[in-house]
Design a protein around this ligand. Structure first.
Ligand code: CUA
Length: 166
């Protein structure tokens, strides 16, 4: 088979790049021990109520200090569980004062879900068996929709919540 000279050059370039990227990936993963953010802490998805952060009474927004908040959330198909309000109704909207530091801690009981607070830099993948954390400062007041951006089943498009920054 005859290969044109340019074709050989581009083939070599393509294969070379592939090899280079695999070496970089292998170096990062195996030598540097780099993992997805959520792989740092494991949890048993069937026994989440034994983990303090994910006990039903600790879900939702907690003020830990001046301008410092923690938001705990457990996702299931097709719901974001932020705990219950005083009337025992499920919370679907959380409120955070603007400019405060917020640590989001979340996981899922069943399948992979997304936790994206659209319009902010909060965007986590929730994997069963892993705890996802992200700390941020929500500076701009407004209502932000939390959307699931990982296809999780027939009710995927029904999975949402609201974060209000006031
Ligand atoms: Cu949960 Cu898509």
């Amino acid at each position: 088979m005859h290969l044109h000279r340019y074709e050989k050059i581009w083939l070599a370039f393509g294969m070379g790049s592939l090899a280079l990227f695999l070496v970089i990936l292998g170096f990062a993963a195996f030598y540097k021990g780099m993992q997805p953010q959520s792989a740092i802490e494991v949890c048993d998805p069937n026994e989440l109520d034994r983990i303090d952060d994910f006990k039903p009474e600790n879900l939702g927004v907690t003020k830990v200090d001046d301008d410092q908040y923690i938001v705990n959330m457990v996702a299931t198909a097709f719901n974001y569980d932020f705990g219950k309000d005083e009337d025992g109704k499920p919370v679907n909207k959380i409120r955070i004062p603007k400019g405060s530091k917020v640590l989001f801690q979340a996981t899922t009981k069943d399948v992979i879900h997304g936790f994206e607070v659209a319009g902010t830099n909060v965007n986590m993948m929730l994997e069963p068996g892993f705890v996802s954390r992200y700390e941020t400062e929500l500076k701009n007041p407004g209502e932000y929709t939390v959307v699931c951006n990982e296809y999780c089943g027939v009710g995927h498009h029904l999975m949402f919540a609201t974060v209000e920054v006031y």
